[in-house]
Design a protein around this ligand. Structure first.
Ligand SMILES: Cc1cc2nc3c(=O)[nH]c(=O)nc-3n(C[C@H](O)[C@H](O)[C@H](O)COP(=O)(O)OP(=O)(O)OC[C@H]3O[C@@H](n4cnc5c(N)ncnc54)[C@H](O)[C@@H]3O)c2cc1C
Length: 353
């Protein structure tokens, strides 16, 4: 998702990570927005506001629409459903995934993950809030049991090397079964006569995010009469414009082969891993790099200083976890001691670190 922010920034957007909207006031046709960025407060103005706060959409919408009666508020539109994943050492060869059918009518995926691992997920658990979800032992047991039923090797909780969870803010279509609640999105525009609009996004999926975004802009078009038409449907993500080839895999393989031939002193495996993470951004990342020594300090896995600095400069990485677990998953390939040493090093880069 960070690539969308990079793309938007290149087109003139101002991206503010780690910045919380703490208050919004509608002054006729303008929103006045109070922001808090790590204690630094600021007020900005906007002609329209899009509430795409994920699991926090309802509370943000209710907060923003505080002048409305509770009957008109939006909380009723969302069901929060936690989904957890477990990561185990690789269970099968090949690039294909498995879809496992469970007795409870749910399906679970087993997907090749990060070279040496398999990802198994997810669960569907109704929760009351979106804050800091974690994978419980019961969820781990559920996923292990189902995978063990189908895979050649048993999958045991003690094999799990990492877990992560997220909360889906699903649009509430009234279905009692969390797995059956629609994964479709719902957009709601609040725009009293002459007032600046608020558009709230309920539900959605990564696979349909561009359709959702185009739809959202369509809904806002009347407030921006000079807005251009939709253009994202056929546009590759930034750093994803590879030369033409019959399939994406072939285009990617050719790109890696070409990049590796230009950097013969770097391990092919490393070039491939970096190309998977950065696409054509690799040219920029490896600009001026000839040997492995030019990549700077080595932290473990496939993580080198040159990539960390690239992530900090171009992709707003500011905390060790942004690098280890969010922009990359190299944390999986590093020992706890390596992760700690990396965190200390990165924190030392801060002016007051
Ligand atoms: C377990 C799970 C499995 C999924 N599987 C799939 C899948 O297989 N395929 C698929 O297509 N999609 C899947 N999805 C859905 C997909 O992840 C989401 O649709 C997508 O992440 C939504 O992105 P978003 O940017 O709209 O919301 P989010 O990623 O939720 O981001 C919302 C952001 O708003 C910020 N925010 C909240 N309040 C404030 C505030 N007051 N001020 C400033 N910022 C605020 C939050 O910090 C957060 O960063 C899955 C989701 C989960 C949880």
């Amino acid at each position: 998702m960070v690539l969308n922010a990079v793309d938007a920034a290149e087109r003139g957007a101002v991206i503010r990570t780690r910045t919380r909207l703490i208050r919004a006031d509608r002054a006729a046709d303008i929103w006045q927005l109070a922001l808090n960025a790590r204690g630094h407060r600021e007020v900005v103005t906007a002609r329209a506001l899009v509430n795409a706060a994920g699991p926090w959409v309802p509370e943000t919408a209710d907060h923003l629409l505080r002048e409305k009666s509770s009957a008109q508020k939006s909380s009723r539109h969302v069901r929060l459903i936690k989904g957890s994943h477990i990561i185990v050492p690789r269970l099968h060869d090949g690039d294909h995934a498995f879809i496992l059918q469970n007795k409870d009518n749910r399906i679970v995926f087993v997907i090749p993950y990060e070279r040496a691992f398999s990802l198994i997920g997810t669960t569907d658990i109704a929760v009351d809030e979106g804050e800091a979800p974690v994978c419980t032992p019961e969820e781990t047991a559920y996923l292990c049991e189902l995978a063990s039923h189908y895979m050649a090797m048993p999958v045991r909780p003690q094999d799990v090397v990492w877990t992560y969870s997220g909360v889906r803010p699903l649009f509430d279509d009234g279905d009692d079964d969390p797995s059956a609640v629609t994964r479709d999105y719902h957009l709601e525009v609040d725009a009293p006569q002459g007032a600046a609009p608020l558009l709230s996004v309920f539900g959605g999926k990564i696979t349909t995010y561009r359709r959702l975004a185009e739809h959202a802009l369509e809904d806002l078009r009347k407030f921006y009469p000079r807005m251009g038409g939709s253009w994202t449907a056929g546009k590759p993500l930034i750093d994803g414009e590879f030369a033409d080839a019959p399939t994406f895999e072939e285009a990617f393989d050719r790109f890696v082969a070409s990049a590796a031939s230009l950097k013969p002193q770097l391990a092919h495996d490393l070039v491939r891993t970096l190309a998977r993470r950065h696409g054509t951004g690799l040219d920029d990342l490896l600009d001026g790099v000839r040997t492995v020594a030019d990549l700077g300090r080595y932290f473990g896995g496939h993580l080198y200083e040159a990539e960390v600095r690239y992530l900090m400069r171009d992709e707003w990485a500011s905390e060790p976890d942004d690098v280890l677990w969010r922009r990359t998953k190299e944390g999986l390939h590093m020992t706890p001691a390596e992760r700690q040493a990396f965190a200390q090093w990165m924190q030392g880069l801060r002016p007051n670190g």
